[in-house]
Design a protein around this ligand. Structure first.
Ligand SMILES: Nc1ncnc2c1ncn2[C@@H]1O[C@H](COP(=O)(O)OP(=O)(O)O)[C@@H](O)[C@H]1O
Ligand SMILES: [Mg+2]
Length: 441
């Protein structure tokens, strides 16, 4: 199994002890304040869960970008946190005050190696989006093209490096406890670090966009899903310049319908193209939340934000095809065997036991309306199952699952009556997965 990102050595430089100490101080202080605020409010409130979520979110926000990202990661793990908490974290995505315009200008000059006025005819200093790591500006190139310029927040790298060093040390200590080992705290933080690392190099993001485009170009989705064009001349480690895409967010079902697009077709295309890129090409978008998926005026899906990318190596790609193909045709013994080949099971069951458990989780889904089913519930059941077998599944599989959780949200808005699992096209597609994987062996 390959890593979520190419496993480059850690590029975050070691930070001096003094700045680590300063961040530990600030971190501990914010955590204490958060705890105190939570306690003070919680006891006077009826709505304990909502208050707790709000306070937790405030604490994470005050702690800064590393913890916001970590919070998002934790909140999006199925079955780990209640819904109210995941929703709180989602709102953090777009609610970070923008960086100082002078700093932005300095960063652009430094990264582009010339005065920004030589590159941009127009540059709106007010960002259209401002998140924890980056902010996005509307601009027009001197050559006339309408673009967006995503820039990394000035100073973010040093800040993250200090935080990650603390997290790594903490995880190492936590692993001394049995609970910390079960959660594999160190592995979680290592994954997290690798992800952040690749998100901090926009050239990797631009390269992933082109890699995916090349992969999907031979498929029948080539003219139905796309990414914005990259302007490489104005793309560096900390600046990425892309074609401006005028399109509707995928969770804006009303606008999409008003524009005359077929919601079910869009959802089907998104789902099948995700499976196609993951299970045929071995590369897929690893962050499909609604802010990153648009529908353009031709009804094509546009995928933004390639900071997190999943990759399957050939061997696990074939086994995953068998897992999915067999699950879909209700062949639970073969699916169980594929699962066992894929992950490590601390307490393996017999083939028959595994098959029975898989059937229990998967069988009811086939006939359900998409509007009535929840991947989140399915995720929780699968998480329970994983606990029973003490299973560790490859992170790419978990990452694909996470995409389904994101997609579920807007699928329900766009195609509430669509039976995804019994749709003839989906069934035909997954049957094809098995044929091809048999041929490849
Ligand atoms: N090519 C583009 N065209 C139009 N809007 C864009 C484009 N790229 C990004 N945006 C806007 O900026 C927001 C943030 O961009 P994104 O790449 O997702 O950055 P982040 O990594 O901070 O989430 C998007 O949700 C979208 O609204
Ligand atoms: Mg985004």
């Amino acid at each position: 199994m390959t890593a979520t990102t190419p496993t480059a050595p850690l590029t975050l430089q070691k930070v001096p002890l003094s700045s680590e100490a300063a961040r530990i101080g600030a971190t501990a202080w914010q955590a204490v304040c958060g705890g105190a605020r939570f306690a003070a409010r919680a006891f006077g409130s009826d709505d304990l869960a909502a208050t707790g979520a709000g306070e937790t979110r405030n604490t994470f926000a005050a702690l800064g970008p590393t913890y916001v990202k970590l919070g998002q990661l934790i909140a999006s793990s199925p079955g780990v946190f209640p819904r109210v908490l995941s929703d709180e974290f989602r709102t953090l995505l777009d609610r970070v005050p923008p960086a100082d315009p002078d700093q932005v200008r300095r960063l652009l000059t430094d990264q582009l190696g010339r005065d920004p006025d030589e590159v941009f005819a127009e540059f709106d200093p007010e960002p259209i989006a401002s998140a924890s790591i980056s902010q996005v500006h509307d601009a027009v190139l001197v050559s006339g093209e309408h673009v967006v310029v995503k820039i990394q927040r000035p100073g973010i790298k040093a800040r993250l490096a200090a935080d990650l060093q603390i997290l790594q040390r903490t995880a190492a200590v936590v692993e001394f406890s049995p609970y910390g080992r079960m959660l594999s705290a160190k592995a979680v933080i290592e994954d997290f670090t690798a992800n952040l690392n690749s998100e901090l190099d926009f050239r990797a993001e631009a390269a992933a966009m082109e890699e995916w485009t090349a992969a999907i170009s031979g498929s029948r989705f080539a003219d139905q899903v796309r990414v914005p064009k990259v302007f490489w001349d104005y793309t560096t480690e900390r600046v990425i310049t892309l074609e401006f895409v005028d399109a509707i967010r995928i969770d804006n079902a009303q606008e999409i319908r008003r524009a005359g697009h077929d919601g079910t077709k869009i959802v089907k295309t998104l789902l099948l193209s995700l499976l196609e890129s993951a299970f045929t090409d071995g590369i897929f978008h690893g962050d499909l939340h609604a802010g990153n998926v648009l529908v353009d005026s031709d009804g094509r899906i546009v995928l933004l934000d390639w900071g997190i990318v999943g990759r399957f190596d050939d061997k696990s790609r074939l086994i995953v095809r068998e897992l999915l193909g067999n699950l879909m045709r209700s062949n639970y013994e073969a699916a169980g065997q594929a699962l066992a080949a894929l992950g490590t099971f601390g307490k393996p069951g017999t083939v028959r036991e595994t098959a029975k458990d898989l059937r229990r989780v998967a069988a009811p889904i086939g006939g359900t309306d998409l509007g009535d089913m929840s991947y989140a519930d399915l995720g929780r059941q699968l998480a329970n199952l994983a606990k029973t077998y003490d299973a560790r599944l490859p992170r790419e599989l978990v990452l694909v699952g996470k995409q389904l959780l994101y997609v579920e949200r807007y699928m329900k808005l766009l195609a509430p009556r669509w039976k995804a699992m019994s749709d003839p096209q989906v069934v035909g597609y997954t049957a094809g997965l098995l044929k091809d994987s048999a041929r490849a062996r």
